[in-house]
Design a protein around this ligand. Sequence first.
Ligand code: XMP
Length: 328
Amino acid sequence: NWSMSSFIDKEIARIREMVGPTAQVVGAVSGGVDSTVAAVIMSKAIGDRFHAILVDNGVMRLNECKTVYERLRNKLGINLTLADASATFLGKLAGVSEPEKKRKIIGNTFIDVFEAEAERIDKETALKGQAKIEYLLQGTLYPDVIESISFKGPSATIKTHHNVGGLKEDMKLKVIEPLRELFKDEVRALGKLMGLDDELVWRHPFPGPGLAIRILGEVTPDKVRIVQQADDIYISEIRKAGLYRQISQAYAALLPFNSVGVMGDQRTYEKTICLRAVETTDFMTADWFQFPYDVLKRISNRIINEVRGVNRVMYDVSSKPPATIELE
Ligand code: XMP
């Protein structure tokens, strides 16, 4: 793909020109295709003067931080630091059940943790006699740019934090956005061209506030465990059934009530998992996915048998609109 590979070359040249021979660059990575492609381009352009930061917010999917860290650091050679702030995030989320409050806490804590980490890196490089951090890499796409200008809905507030403009004023970093003229399919094509795994290139989108908005009501470590295990079973069965690419986004959520069940001759009173899977092109409207029943049955059996604390599984058959894709 000639135009895509010339895009990479041009972008690398433009970044080198802009950053110059000594300045340092920081950027957050999530393991999603946008931030990873942006990080690979930056790392090809300036090597270890690019410092990627992966923030563990305690509400990522099962083993996600570890997988992303290994993929980016060991496989893609990106100069990556893992900032494990899960205890801080979970501490601040304790007792909070209102969805927009959870989003705000996660957005603000993310910025605090990222800034502290960037400052630490800045001091460390200064000690080595290297130049300061002057630039911030962001994996903003064209639709993010448009959306942050035109749409100010509740979920866009945090999307703004995460994807566009990012940091507090006082850090005064200049923003570099290599993908800001591209659409998602073009970023996927770039990723494929740069040799990224199919699994990464085709990953379903994952919201910035993570599993916190998929645990309805208050977030606790045990609820995080339940939703992580259920989601992992769900997604791996979807992959095994060969349905992952057909589905635009799928996830398991934990509903905020207990219901009665029976196990052996014991009455149980446990949690319910809600499964959601949608097909969409723009995420503004979406249809629920029509699973083959046997696949749903296998997923439901596995979740109830394998995830401690769950005795019931439901499948969400609501389209968007009027329902949204997420439950919070
Ligand atoms: P809704 O629920 O609004 O979701 O139909 C549409 C798409 O946006 C994602 N989403 C978010 N992404 N921060 C994000 O980064 C958020 O607060 C947020 N809320 C929803 C959702 O996963 C879906 O892809």
